[in-house]
Design a protein around this ligand. Sequence first.
Ligand code: BDR
Ligand code: CA
Length: 337
Amino acid sequence: RKKVIIDTDPGIDDAMAIFVALRSPELQLLGLTTTFGNVHTALATRNALHLLEAVGRTDIPVAEGSHVTIKKAAKLRIASFVHGADGLGNQDFPPPAAKPVDQSAAAFMVEQANLYPGQVTVVALGPLTNLALAIELDPSFPKKIGQIIILGGAYSINGNVNPAAEANIFGDPDAADMVFTCGADILAVGLNVTHQVVLTGSAFCNVTISEAPFLHFDTSPFVTDADREKLEQCDSKYARYLCKIMGIYFDYHKDAYFIKGVYLHDPTTVIAAVNPSLLTCTEGVVRVQTVGITKGLTIFDNTKKRYGEITAWSGMPTVKVAVTVDAPAVVDLMMQR
Ligand code: BDR
Ligand code: CA
């Protein structure tokens, strides 16, 4: 089984992703580490503990991450308008009984990478601050970690914070640039892929998918299915929990994208660890713009392949970037799990 740490800012799609991981025999979840993004870090920690408690998996440790960016900025972009003020659909859940471990997220990542050299995959579902801190803590971390799979960036399409930036990269662009250039085995899953992976829910939205302004994908596989209704029928504590929290996420997608469904950003990224063959990738250098109106923009350079060693970024470590996804298969796997 693949040993996995999930770095997360739960978050409704983070909750889905964590549940997929817990239900996947291909993965061994070593722990959750928390970051800011959809909520502040303290609330992310509370939510991570709560999610594990809700499904009876308090055996999994939670390590709290940084409350500020790698450059110590405390002014953060928090996406409560997407996930609710509590990050989990405003359900007023009671505080969890469990506590996080007495170790930072970065220290936990470094410790696990030392325990299992080359065998640990970090699946990063929020801003990349904790991974950058792990690299600062132990410069050999990129060589010891098996793989880093990142939900982050928008490759050749617009971002979701603004036309330039995707939310997780925008959250800490300096950390993201450090991670993308650290030399580890990295797979980036961006909006170009996750905007094709839609969990549908027709009865809850009266806008048809053909009205979507961002028709950069073929919507035909999604028009007739209604995954949300299928989940409602499902006799599973995981499905019941998700159905309870998902409403606000559907509302947001209806208002922001005019689609009758929700994008499965974070679950797709966990599924990239479960079954890598569902995505295809290209390889090149990725750098992140850290200032100005394009702050958070991910820039992909594959010119090395085409022109040899003559480009400005040649010699820099390359990463893999997902370019295609078998979207129906990803949705199907998420539904099964
Ligand atoms: C990413 O931002 C967060 O809102 C989601 O949880 C996901 O990780 C999508 O841009
Ligand atoms: Ca997330």
